[in-house]
Write a protein that binds this ligand. Structure first.
Ligand SMILES: Nc1ncnc2c1ncn2[C@@H]1O[C@H](COP(=O)(O)OP(=O)(O)OP(=O)(O)O)[C@@H](O)[C@H]1O
Ligand SMILES: [Mg+2]
Length: 244
């Protein structure tokens, strides 16, 4: 469904991605993990088509994302790591603002529904400046969901969201995946990784060190002669450590 083939990316002389290859399947929540600065957000920006890689190709549903950009943009919903909203607009106005960049028309009723999905409907007519950090995060997610995209690219979407809402959003993500949506999800939150990610990919030192289920990660580490892993927290911690 998403095929990333030998993607390289540099910022000036700084080499960030150095041959990233990945296959992400339809209907899965793929956890893209890696330490700070590994290049997760850079890779997601490439998948949104806004950043062109220095080398390599990406296809989504068979379309080359840097050639068939218009079609691809319609299929994707993106939650950026940095909140991209206007403080002086209300929740409803922010949704309307972003809907103008979409090719398909989104009804106001559907915008409200997207707000309900993230439990923000009570703030519909509230100015963004009056909302808490977690509420802004929820709206950041609603913006990505409003046109019901097939592919969701979510960059640390639930940072700062209260536990109850986070669990509800996680359940909602699982239901979207069960309905066939493909979700690429970055997070530093262990419980989220455990609850929602079917497979993970570990991005380190410019490349993908590992892809697979958490079970497969366990045997991968054990084969490397590490101390036996007892629980999933330890497993994820060990996978993300710079040196082993
Ligand atoms: N626009 C830019 N210009 C120059 N360097 C950049 C730019 N964006 C990111 N970088 C650098 O590229 C590297 C990868 O950044 P990126 O934001 O992709 O990492 P990340 O894995 O998302 O990290 P985090 O977990 O902290 O979000 C970092 O060293 C960062 O400083
Ligand atoms: Mg990032």
């Amino acid at each position: 469904m998403i095929t990333i083939d030998q993607v390289h990316h540099n910022y000036g002389k700084k080499k960030i991605l150095q041959g990233v290859s990945l296959q992400i399947n339809a209907g899965e929540i793929f956890g893209l993990l890696g330490p700070n600065g590994a290049g997760k957000s850079t890779l997601l920006s490439i998948l949104t088509t806004t950043v062109k890689p220095s080398k390599g190709t990406v296809t989504m549903k068979g379309l080359d994302i840097h050639k068939q950009t218009k079609q691809v943009r319609q299929m994707i919903g993106y939650v950026p790591q940095d909140i991209a909203l206007w403080d002086e607009l209300t929740v409803k106005e922010n949704l309307k603002f972003w809907s103008k960049f979409l090719k398909t028309k989104v009804s106001v009723a559907r915008m409200l529904e997207a707000c309900e999905e993230v439990k923000l409907q009570d703030k519909w007519n509230e100015k963004l400046s009056k909302l808490s950090g977690g509420m802004k995060r929820k709206l950041n997610i609603a913006v990505a969901l409003m046109h019901d995209p097939d592919i969701l690219l979510m960059d640390e979407p639930t940072v700062g969201i209260d536990l109850q809402s986070k669990l509800e959003i996680n359940e909602y993500m699982k239901s979207l995946a069960a309905a066939g949506k493909t979700i690429v999800y970055t997070t530093h939150d262990m419980s989220e990784i455990k609850t929602i990610c079917k497979r993970i990919g570990v991005l380190k030192k410019g490349g993908i060190e590992f892809t697979g289920t958490l079970e497969e990660a366990k045997s991968y580490l054990n084969k490397q002669g590490n101390e036996p892993i007892v629980n999933e927290e330890e497993l994820i911690f060990a996978m993300l450590r710079e040196e082993r």
